[in-house]
Design a protein around this ligand. Structure first.
Ligand SMILES: *Cc1c(COP(=O)(O)O)cnc(C)c1O
Length: 409
């Protein structure tokens, strides 16, 4: 994994060049586009700081990134910033997920939810097109710890659901529940499976064992495709371990979801969907005639500034910088775990992730409220999680531990 870190000056040059290549509503005779720069009363373009602020300048220029720019010729008007998005998709597919050059498509989605639904939509259409499958012959398979975008997507796409169980302590998917779930589904006439695996769940930071689970599915002679939900873990897990099986080198994997607006701290609206080439086409909307290059995405119009924000953060750190940031966060997380262990408090933690999920029995409700610990369920909490993010300082952790001691004794 390697990508270079750029200076602010270099990024500024690249972004301003890209904006220059985009259409400028002031210079060109633009009569046909239902778009313009941001409202000038509110977002005035002569603010002096803008010349040093590539992201804000992009926000104000307001390029539309509608469509998929790794795939087809796209709207000339915004070709400069489209190229930055294409580079971003390449960085993620090749450097984070070890794919080959030009072997992947993808786009910046509104978030992890959209990227997961895009994945299910594409795989549904793959089965419908290639196997003449009917919607009721297809199921989405995911664990009870998976994100709620799975049932949301299954409902939207009229797909069946197979929800597998996890072990209460290890949070690992159980073999019995996979076998039982798949066999029952087959008895009901379901033939095709869209399997979602977690490259970190939201609540526990647990990562599904992909080799084990695909092994079980193969034993059952199942027709399936695997999508990886890395909305939470995508910018953490691959940087924490050298032996990840979650890469495009793993032929079982079809596509990934990543979220910039979680760990990467980019603005909301920065999910990423990445897929092997040859699959984006299953989401083609033929009727998108007014969009040059047509549309292969769920969303339609979207802000090009979002792609630039993610690209700028990745380029500011470079791969080495990002790895060392993640290493520091994980060390800080381990220190909290040590303190909890000293106090005999039961918790779950994946050593390659920055989430600590504590048994609710150890946490008085007041303490959870004071520190905004997130419960697994607001109605009947069994667990509370701590996410060790950038703003979680050692001082804050110490205060929490002091309060915890005060409450416990
Ligand atoms: C946050 C999250 C999502 C959904 O992402 P949004 O960006 O909120 O739509 C999906 N999956 C996992 C594992 C997540 O943590």
């Amino acid at each position: 994994m390697y990508w270079e870190s750029y200076t602010h000056d270099k990024m500024k040059r690249i972004v301003f060049d890209a904006l220059e290549q985009n259409l400028d509503y002031r210079d060109k005779p633009v009569l046909g586009l239902p778009a313009s720069y941001l409202d000038t009363e509110v977002f005035y373009q002569d603010a002096p700081f803008l010349k040093d602020a590539p992201f804000l300048s992009a926000l104000i220029a307001n390029p539309n990134h509608i469509g998929c720019h790794t795939l087809s010729e796209s709207e000339e008007a915004f070709r400069g910033t489209h190229k930055i998005e294409k580079e971003l998709i390449g960085l993620c597919a090749q450097q984070i997920f070890e794919g080959g050059e030009g072997e992947f498509d993808g786009y910046v989605a509104s978030g992890g939810t959209e990227a997961n639904i895009q994945a299910m939509w594409i795989l549904k259409n793959y089965y419908v097109t290639e196997f003449k499958a009917k919607a009721n012959e297809i199921a989405v398979v995911y664990s009870e710890d998976a994100h709620y975008s799975m049932p949301k997507g299954a409902a939207l796409l009229s797909l069946n659901k197979v929800v597998t169980k996890v072990d209460e302590h290890t949070r690992e998917i159980t073999k019995e529940s996979v076998i039982e779930g798949i066999e029952n589904a087959k008895k009901k006439g379901i033939k095709y499976f869209i399997v979602i695996m977690n490259m970190s769940t939201t609540m526990f930071g647990s990562v599904d064992d992909i080799d084990e689970i695909t092994g079980w599915l193969d034993e059952l002679n199942t027709e399936y495709k695997v999508h990886i939900d890395g909305a939470f873990g995508g910018y953490i897990y691959p940087f924490a371990t050298d032996k990840s099986r979650y890469t495009f080198q793993n032929e079982k994997i079809q596509s990934f979801t990543l979220d910039g607006h979680k760990m990467l701290q980019s603005p909301y609206g920065t999910g990423l969907y990445l897929t092997r080439k040859g699959f984006m086409e299953y989401a083609l909307t033929e009727e998108a005639n007014y969009v040059k290059g047509k549309d292969y995405t769920l969303i339609g119009s979207r802000s090009g500034a979002n792609a630039i924000a993610v690209w700028m953060i990745m380029r500011t750190y470079g791969s080495d910088g990002w790895k060392s940031k993640i290493r520091q966060l994980l060390n800080k997380t381990s220190r909290v775990c040590d303190s909890l262990r000293d106090r005999g408090i039961a918790f779950f933690r994946n050593p390659d992730m920055n989430i600590i999920t504590i048994r609710a029995a150890h946490i008085p409700k007041k303490l959870a409220e004071k520190y905004l610990l997130v419960p697994d369920s607001h109605d009947n909490p069994k667990w509370y999680k701590i996410v060790v993010m950038d703003h979680v300082t050692q001082g804050l952790i110490d205060k929490f531990l002091l309060d915890l001691d005060g409450k416990l004794h």
